[in-house]
Design a binder for this molecule. Sequence first.
Ligand code: FAD
Length: 465
Amino acid sequence: MSDIAIIGGGAAGAALFGAILSRDASKTVHWVTGNAPHIGRGVAYSTSHDRHLLNVRASGMGLYLDADEDFIGYSTRRRPMSKPTDFLPRHLFGEYIESQLAKRIRNAECSGRRFAIAPTIASGIKASFNGYEIALDNGGTVTTERVVLALGALSPRPLRTVSTRALGSGAYVLDPWMLASRPIQPRRLIVIGTGLTAIDTLISAAIRWPDIELIAISRHGLLPFVHPALPIDPFPQQAELNARLLRCGGPTRAFAEIRRTFREHQHIDWRSVIDGMRPINAKLWQDFTPRQRKQFLRHARWVWESARHRLAPQSAEVIQQLRDEGRLQILAARVLDVDGEGPLDVTVRSRASQKVTTLQSDIVVQATGLDTAVAFAEHSLLSGLLKDGLATADPLQLGVQAQPDGRLINAAGEVQPGLYAIGSLLRGNLWECTAMPEIRSAADALANQLSVSRGEPAKSSALVA
Ligand SMILES: Cc1cc2nc3c(=O)[nH]c(=O)nc-3n(C[C@H](O)[C@H](O)[C@H](O)COP(=O)(O)OP(=O)(O)OC[C@H]3O[C@@H](n4cnc5c(N)ncnc54)[C@H](O)[C@@H]3O)c2cc1C
């Protein structure tokens, strides 16, 4: 029987596949990558646009903890002027992933390490004697003892306020990355959302269609905050602050403590404080009660996401220039209705005045962020796992229920032996587990865990320290 299968061909799958290849030598590792053309790049790093930038400095990006060549080394070889503090194009990181994977695969071939890559979709998983059977869209089957789901975010679902007519019109774009394939120049484009994906969408639309009018709408109209041009010093009292935050017992007090710190240390850059919380974010989230998590998602998520997942300064400059030229408007409003056959009518209620207005747009793009609501997803593999009780949905629709080390919880409320996840499906347990710094640590910890055969006692290490 073959041993480990990873499902999902994005950066998380790549990080785990490479990490396992360099460890356990006795079993076969299968990687079911889906049918995207560039294995390992996934959604974030498949873009070829030079203006789609990483939102982490080059020095913070990487694929493995024990890389053969780090991303800084690779990027200076490819672009000699680049510096570790730069926010580089995402496609460069995609090329780096491919180069790192190619090296690990060559080494594995030379050493006779057993592996198999299936560039197809896994359509279902059934529990079988001592393991699982994975059905593949290409007609094949993989039999394995352990399976890791590295499925990334799910395909976006349309907002409830979008009519069937609008969805069928072709003028409503559910997947922002499909906008590039539009042949006709729109006069006006509305983006629903003002996060990082919305920013990429606005920048590419402005470059491609120089005369276009752009509008971005979200409830608070808040854009992501901006990274400083150069790294900032850590907050000297971060350790003490983090200890206090962990004793706060909920988001309300934690936010009050953060605000107090800002007030008392006005000379420091607030961003260093937020960045310094990275090591405790998962623990803070895990300590929240279900009610507190709900409270956080409802009242604080929008500002936390903007502060935590910031924009590269160059992208912020482009956005500011578009606003200064009057080509881009940012609206703080709730979208009440999207209807029509193209152009579409977008009815919104302004946050400030409560006034309801209808805007017309040739194209409306939905960029409302990561969807991990597995219970509602049209994803045959996940639906099958939920139906068979091998996995359970997180109560707040933040992926699946799991242990901090990635082991899934089944319908009986127990750990499902041999079934794991990595990346955004674990948001319910870890909250912050979707960016590369977290993913590569998680991949390394999971590779260690999986290198111990089933039945042997594994040292349980949390995926995010
Ligand atoms: C636009 C964007 C920009 C980002 N920028 C950064 C950044 O600068 N720095 C950073 O650290 N993080 C960034 N992120 C976060 C990003 O999510 C992670 O860095 C990382 O790319 C996540 O990889 P993943 O493999 O978990 O997910 P994905 O990239 O979504 O990959 C999952 C893959 O699994 C495949 N799949 C799904 N179901 C199946 C199935 N049944 N069978 C087979 N395959 C399947 C999918 O097709 C997909 O290819 C960004 C994210 C986005 C969306």
